[in-house]
Design a protein around this ligand. Structure first.
Ligand code: NAI
Length: 512
């Protein structure tokens, strides 16, 4: 045993407890591992031996370090053996009564300086602490699965958690190689709350038949997300995802912003739970069907037909469009003009508009602009062009229908036709993620940097919501959300007061 590191107890030797025991032992702590089920702690240690041996084989750990780690983990046969612990991390069943009972029992055993931490993913830390003699020492230490690989730890403070206790858990998490983010105990904490729209917007788009799951997944992967929402829900399991959504909805007193989806309810009712049941949005093991390959000649036909091209708007997206349009037109001997002061961003091709979504549908832009050949395209969030949703106004000519897709292809995208829905796919999802993150900051749940770190490390987002916002503008995000609200009405798309404030601040301090 390493005499320098204080002993730590982990209670619950399931998926999470075993992972927490592993990283604590790897950091040099003697670890007591206890589970209510006889033999579970011992079994977890045996499994861990195999995991550590795997790391040794891959050259990621020395045989000595693996042996020492394993030696530090002591399966405990009763709670009394944990009495010398400086920290107890609880990872038992997700049940408030069970957790409260356990912590009350522990309080009678451990010394007064011992910190009590819960790995709960959805129960109020304040509620778990209720009834303790020293509720100030109870804190959330929310790891992500698989614990040894996921860097994020949400350090969750309940109403009575002492700031010094949260600070010590933050420091300890860092010493264990994790990235801690402070959070206030509110439903879903940071990640499970801010991530709701990633699923909810796709489920809403499916409900109104905007596109097939494989198209929506491709568009969000094209925006840099590692997995699309449909394949991700299939992986998590629709029963689990639906339960989290329902718990956040109920915990928010049925705020319509968090309302679960009929699409998912029906799948759960039918046992289409995803990968684990062999069928979710996709059938397994086959998974998502390949999208039809695009007609490679579309771009050439669009370019050949063009006589006059103007890039409207300013900013990074307009600049990128101008560069790519110039490169595409170069062989034809002319280039695009620019109109930076335009009210919209996109390409004007011989009078037709290919417009970056502002939240208005293509049909609405037809009315506003008086032009009949209109297509709107989704927001490219990512530097690498990939699949990109677009929608053509019903009034468009057959030629423009084809050329709109051809132009997107010429600009480097893989165009995906979808129904003419406000905010399309990525812009709408990103705006809602930003809006939720803004509300979390408004309510003091986390900081902007904390939200960004949590979403990147907890669910592997390609960037944090506030990073997207810094490359967008609060006024444009607000306009997009207002367009959605105008279309759907109700609480769901109400704009966070934080975002409204940010938009007003932009007016007062315009970007250079
Ligand atoms: P699990 O079911 O794999 O393990 C729970 C273990 O706790 C079982 O071995 C069970 O025998 C034991 N147990 C149950 N009641 C006990 C008690 N009163 N005293 C001692 N041992 C008891 O569950 P898992 O997935 O490891 O989750 C544990 C906790 O971590 C839950 O609070 C869960 O919400 C949370 N969590 C789970 C994540 C996940 O992805 N599975 C992610 C983050 C948090």
């Amino acid at each position: 045993m390493n005499p320098q590191q204080p002993p730590i107890a982990v209670i619950g030797a399931g998926i999470m407890g075993a992972g927490i025991a592993q990283i604590a032992a790897q950091a040099g702590h003697p670890v007591h591992l206890f589970d209510a089920r006889d033999g579970a702690a011992h079994d977890a240690k045996v499994k861990l031996a195999t995991t550590l041996q795997g790391l040794v084989t891959k050259g990621k750990l020395t045989a000595e370090a693996a042996a020492a780690t394993l030696d530090r983990i002591q399966p405990a046969s009763n709670l009394a053996t944990l009495a010398d612990s400086a920290l107890v991390v609880e990872a038992i069943v997700e049940d408030l009564a069970a957790k409260r009972t356990l912590f009350r029992e522990l309080e009678a055993l451990v010394d007064e300086h011992c910190i009590l931490a819960t790995n709960t993913s959805s129960i109020s830390v304040t509620a778990i602490a209720n009834g303790l003699k020293h509720p100030g020492r109870l804190v959330g230490m929310h790891f992500f699965n698989p614990v040894p690989l996921m860097k994020l730890v949400e350090v969750v403070s309940g109403l009575q958690t002492e700031p010094a206790v949260a600070a010590r858990i933050e420091a300890l998490s860092r010493a264990w190689g994790k990235v801690p983010v402070q959070a206030k105990s509110t439903p879903g904490f940071i990640v499970n709350r801010i991530a709701r729209p990633y699923y909810a917007e796709t489920l809403a788009l499916l409900l109104e038949q905007t596109a097939e799951p494989a198209v929506l997944d491709a568009c969000l992967r094209g925006a840099g997300f590692r997995m699309g929402p449909c394949e991700l829900m299939d992986l998590i399991g629709h029963d689990t995802n639906f339960a989290v959504t329902k718990s956040v909805y109920e915990a928010n007193f049925y705020d319509k912003r968090f309302v679960p989806s009929l699409v998912q309810a029906e799948m759960v009712a039918g046992g289409l739970l995803g990968r684990k049941s062999g069928r979710g949005f996709y059938a397994y093991p086959a998974g998502a069907p390949a999208l039809p390959s695009p007609d490679a000649a579309l771009a050439q036909r669009a370019l050949q037909a063009a006589r006059e091209v103007t890039v409207h708007g300013s900013g990074a997206i307009a600049d990128a469009l101008a560069l790519r349009a110039a490169a595409a037109l170069e062989p034809l001997g002319f280039g695009p003009a620019r109109l930076p002061s335009s009210a919209w961003t996109g390409l004007e091709v011989d009078g037709a508009h290919l417009m970056l979504t502002s939240g208005l549908s293509a049909a609405e832009w037809v009315i506003e602009s008086g032009i009949s050949d209109v297509a709107v395209f989704d927001r490219p969030l990512h530097t690498e062009p990939g699949a990109l949703a677009y929608a053509v106004a019903p009034s468009s000519s057959p030629a423009w229908r084809e050329h709109a897709a051809g132009w997107l292809q010429a600009l480097g995208f893989a165009p995906q036709p979808v129904a003419d829905t406000p905010g399309l796919v990525v812009a709408r999802t990103a705006a809602m993620l930003i809006n939720e993150a803004a509300d979390a900051v408004l309510q003091g749940v986390c900081t902007e940097a904390g939200a960004d770190a949590a979403m990147k490390l907890g669910v592997n987002y390609p960037a944090g919501p506030f990073e997207w916002l810094s490359r967008w503008s609060a006024a444009e995000v607000v306009a997009l959300l207002q367009a959605l609200d105008g279309c759907y009405r109700g609480e769901r798309y109400r704009v966070s007061p934080w975002l409204q404030r940010r938009a007003r601040a932009e007016v007062q301090n315009p970007r250079p």
